[in-house]
Ligand binder design. Structure first.
Ligand SMILES: Cc1cc2nc3c(=O)[nH]c(=O)nc-3n(C[C@H](O)[C@H](O)[C@H](O)COP(=O)(O)O)c2cc1C
Length: 305
């Protein structure tokens, strides 16, 4: 195995770098920049049962060291994904691991979409995004209520044999507590963090800038929060972690691994620097070589020892 090769939940990854859902489309969109197959895996845009247009109005705003988005899960829906997008991905030669990010407005939605994904052999891993608003709970995110987070994890666990990663929202007080609950309810791994709730105001119109009033903050601004949460969750659970939030360099990626992440995921910083994944993979390889690390797994959680 090369210095970066790693096994995650029984799936071989050529390196620990994956892309974050919503920041890398379905992989093919970046083919002009680099071969997406150099990635350990591709986290594809969040899928829902039905196609979604997403939110109206302004959906993106820049912030110092980051961005706000309220895209609102615009996606073609699971049927279109199966019939059109996935065959296109294959035609375009994408053969690295695919991580499907699934979303719903009710627990029933999550169960239905998980059953659909269960029957797609090309999907190696399911990532359950519990940052979505729960319409039966007044719009509060599934991941903000420990009881509901546990329940949705358990229900999805019951209908899938694929490795199940639960993606946590950072908009909670006790991230380690939520991580433990999803572990107890059958999660095979945890990914974190999703975006941090924020807002911006347009002082000319004197109105919220974003169409949805609030948006999710991502990018380097959130990295210290994400790193702290990966550190806390690593201490609290036994299952592996996919770490993300503001990763902008090989050094950032290594910090997440040292805090406890087995895989690391790049998101928003791909927008200003589409070659970032290549730089991170090369930088991690060089770090291992320069520091006599036979395999990067030696560094997972090393800061705790
Ligand atoms: C434009 C945009 C769209 C996103 N869409 C999704 C999504 O569909 N599902 C999901 O779980 N996370 C989504 N995210 C969150 C990212 O996957 C990631 O968790 C977050 O942005 C933190 O990482 P980053 O700071 O490296 O971007 C989205 C983020 C952005 C910026």
């Amino acid at each position: 195995m090369s210095s970066l090769g790693i096994n995650f939940l029984g799936v071989d990854f050529k390196n620990p770098l994956v892309t974050s859902s919503g920041c890398f489309g379905f992989g093919m969109e970046y083919k002009d920049y680099f071969d997406p197959n150099i990635l350990g895996g591709i986290g594809i845009k969040g899928l829902t049962l039905e196609p979604r247009d997403g939110n109206y109005g302004t959906r993106i705003a820049e912030t110092p060291s980051g961005m706000l988005n309220c895209v609102g899960l615009e996606n073609p829906g699971i049927e279109y994904f199966k019939k059109v997008t996935l065959p296109l991905m294959k035609k375009e030669g994408i053969n690295t691991n695919i991580i499907a990010n699934i979303n719903g407005s009710t627990i029933e939605d999550y169960i239905k979409i998980a059953k659909e994904v269960e029957n797609i052999p090309e999907i190696k891993i399911i990532e359950l995004n519990i940052s979505c608003p729960n319409v039966k709970d007044g719009g509060m995110a599934f991941g903000a209520n420990p009881e509901v987070a546990g329940r949705v994890t358990k229900e999805v666990r019951n209908v899938t044999t694929k490795p199940l990663v639960v993606k946590l929202s950072p908009n909670v007080t006790d991230i380690a507590g939520i991580a433990k609950i999803v572990e107890e309810n059958g999660a095979d791994a945890i990914s974190l963090i999703n975006t941090v709730l924020g807002m911006a105001i347009d002082i000319r119109s004197k109105k919220p800038l974003l169409g949805n009033t609030f948006g999710g903050l991502s990018g380097p601004a959130v990295k210290p929060i994400a790193l702290r949460m990966v550190y806390q969750v690593y201490k609290a659970v036994k299952i592996p972690i996919i770490g993300m939030g503001g990763i902008a360099s090989p050094e950032d990626a290594l910090e997440f691994i040292m805090a406890g992440a087995t895989l690391v995921s790049v998101g928003s910083v791909i927008f200003p620097n589409p070659l970032l994944p290549v730089e991170i993979i090369e930088g991690m390889e060089k770090y291992c070589k320069d520091n006599g690390i036979a395999n990067i797994s030696e560094l997972i959680g090393i800061v705790h020892r």
